[in-house]
Design a protein around this ligand. Structure first.
Ligand code: SAM
Ligand code: SF4
Length: 345
């Protein structure tokens, strides 16, 4: 795969990179890139079973993704996360990861990471480590095979457990993402904590977010994590940890086991004030906020050979203060129409 360095290597020495700062003074140094909206699973909270995917011609080539991500790196992005859809079903993904890995080697990037459903990790975990990836988020909502098949529709738990084991064996630090669903996996949180603890993985619980039509009512399974925390506090002592990851998760340490547990609570505890990230879709649309519709078309800039730097300034200048998520019976429609697999979780 060809890589792209902007053709101005000489200028970079003279011009220190201008950081991207939004109108609220937040420094944007984290880019999430959805490399494909396609997926080999159909998780019930994420997409309908008969999901319509984007036409391939609209999707960025790997070179275009590299070009855009590298433009962000030149403007101070320190952390890149590849996501989707399922990033590991995109053909050529390892070449892209290898190519982006050059920014780790040069010291321009602190971290290159992925969010994955784990199904392809037996095949790719070692390659990811070789390319410079050190941590990976893997989604795992249950340890019950039948329930796993129900939640993911097309997924198989043993394959994903193999993927998680392969990631660990390759030397990747694993963070498990568990979407908390009332009446589905709310009784399994302690079992997941045990599994994570026994294998040296972190566990992060996530509230369902109202993104895209999924053909069922999210209210039925929405579980506020404040309730989960209160239930855990009946059994354990939870010690709040200082915010160290720069991400939306708030961590506690469980005194009895020494484990860390994260909570991502976009609905019960809004974390927008410290937001440092933007999201690029597989078609090159830059969303300045996961929960808002405003978008900047960077594909048009790349394909039209326009001024990417100016486009980034203009886009970040429009980053909104925060989202307006709410899940209740009165607000039945999703906050935004696009699915999580489009914007990238
Ligand atoms: N396919 C990969 C995976 O599942 O990890 C990466 C993309 S997926 C969209 C990223 C994360 O978003 C997953 O942890 C998934 O559970 C979560 N997710 C998807 N839809 C969601 C929703 N409506 N609310 C909250 N989390 C969601
Ligand atoms: Fe695919 Fe991830 Fe969405 Fe599940 S959550 S359908 S694995 S993109």
């Amino acid at each position: 795969m060809m890589t792209y360095d902007g053709g101005n290597a000489g200028l970079q020495v003279a011009d220190a990179p201008r950081p991207l700062i939004d109108p609220f003074g937040r420094r944007i140094d984290y880019l999430r890139v959805s490399v494909t909206d396609r997926c080999d699973f159909r998780c019930v909270y994420c997409m309908p079973e008969a999901m319509t995917f984007l036409p391939k011609a609209e999707v960025l080539s790997l070179e275009e993704i590299d070009q855009l991500a590298s433009a962000f790196v030149r403007r101070g992005t320190r952390k890149l996360r590849l996501t989707g859809g399922e990033p590991l079903v995109r053909r050529g993904i390892i070449e892209l990861v290898r190519s982006l890995g050059r920014h780790l080697k040069s010291g321009d990037l602190d971290e290159l990471t992925l969010t994955s459903n784990g199904s392809q990790l037996p095949r790719f975990a070692a390659d990811l480590f070789d390319a410079g990836v050190r941590r990976i988020n893997i989604s795992l909502d249950t340890l019950d095979a039948a329930k796993f098949a129900e939640i993911t529709r097309w997924g198989q738990l043993p394959k994903v457990l193999d993927g998680i084991a392969a990631a660990k064996a390759a030397g990747l630090h694993v963070k498990l993402n568990m979407v908390a669903l009332s009446g589905v996996n709310d009784t399994e949180i302690e079992a997941m904590l045990e599994f994570a603890g026994a294998n040296g993985h972190d566990l992060v619980l996530i509230e369902t977010m109202p993104l895209g039509e999924i053909g069922v009512d999210r209210v039925d399974h929405y579980l506020p994590l404040s309730r989960v925390r209160a239930a855990l506090e009946q059994r354990f002592t939870l010690i709040d940890l200082p915010d160290s990851t720069g991400g939306p998760a708030r961590y506690v340490r469980i005194a009895e086991t020494g484990q860390r547990l994260g909570f991502i609570t976009p609905l019960t505890h809004n974390f927008c004030e410290s937001c440092n990230r933007v999201r690029l879709t597989a078609t090159g649309q830059l969303y300045m906020c996961l929960g808002q519709d405003d978008v900047a078309d960077l594909r048009a800039v790349v394909r039209g050979r326009g001024d990417l730097d100016a486009a980034l300034d203009e886009a970040i200048g429009r980053k909104p203060k925060g989202h307006d998520f709410v899940i209740d019976r009165r607000a039945a429609a999703p906050a935004v129409r696009r699915h999580m697999s489009v914007t990238g979780g």
